[in-house]
Design a protein around this ligand. Sequence first.
Ligand code: ADP
Ligand code: AMP
Length: 222
Amino acid sequence: MSRQICLILLGPPGAGKGTQAEILVEEKGFLHISSGELFRRNLENETELGKKAGQYIDAGELVPDEITISMVENRIREIDSGTDFILDGFPRTLVQAKALKEILADYDPDVDEVVLYLHVPYSELIERLTGRLTCRAHGHVFHKKYNPPQEQGVCDYDGSELYQREDDQLETVKNRVDVYMEKTEPLIAYYRERGILLQVDAGQDVEGVASEIESKLEKKQW
Ligand code: ADP
Ligand code: AMP
């Protein structure tokens, strides 16, 4: 029997993590866990967690590790044994990455941790993020130019409204990319040293990235 997989999608905001996660959900049956989506649900429902996280998200800063780690840990503990899952947007700091290793060891020591690093030239990110359209109900993503919905303003998957995320405005986007470079980029070396990093050229179109991911995942021996 193949082992349960925890697939970490690593890459800057706008690299295409959410987009590729949706494809992996459709085609391979992965469960998709996005830390950003978990925060947005909490914000919408005005929970205590949402209130604590809101100010950081609006400013394009990272939510403190302690809050983020416990939120994701609780979600991981709910996953049925044997279900392959994707972590999208977590971990984003070395503290989170080390905490995740312990959480997984505690959840099930046999889970395979694999990291897909989506590499994109920085010049592409601003246009991808400022043109992003997000679905109100489930966070499905589209792009005004690169991946428009069939009907303007409406999600192809569930018919809900598409909106522009507050933190996808130009000024916040620039800060999010700076924060990524300072806090998250060191994870590339961390995972490379652990021998579990697969790098993908995410500067291609959506289908090109998806097929490179598929072939890299197939070649990896679990
Ligand atoms: P992330 O989850 O890494 O922040 P998203 O998947 O939300 O990134 O993608 C950011 C924006 O870029 C979205 O509007 C999406 O439609 C678009 N996008 C994703 N992948 C590509 C691609 N390969 N080429 C062009 N645009 C893309
Ligand atoms: P995302 O949807 O991944 O772009 O995340 C949106 C925002 O949620 C980020 O800009 C952060 O403010 C917050 N966030 C998401 N994931 C994390 C994380 N792993 N650590 C800290 N903050 C996070």
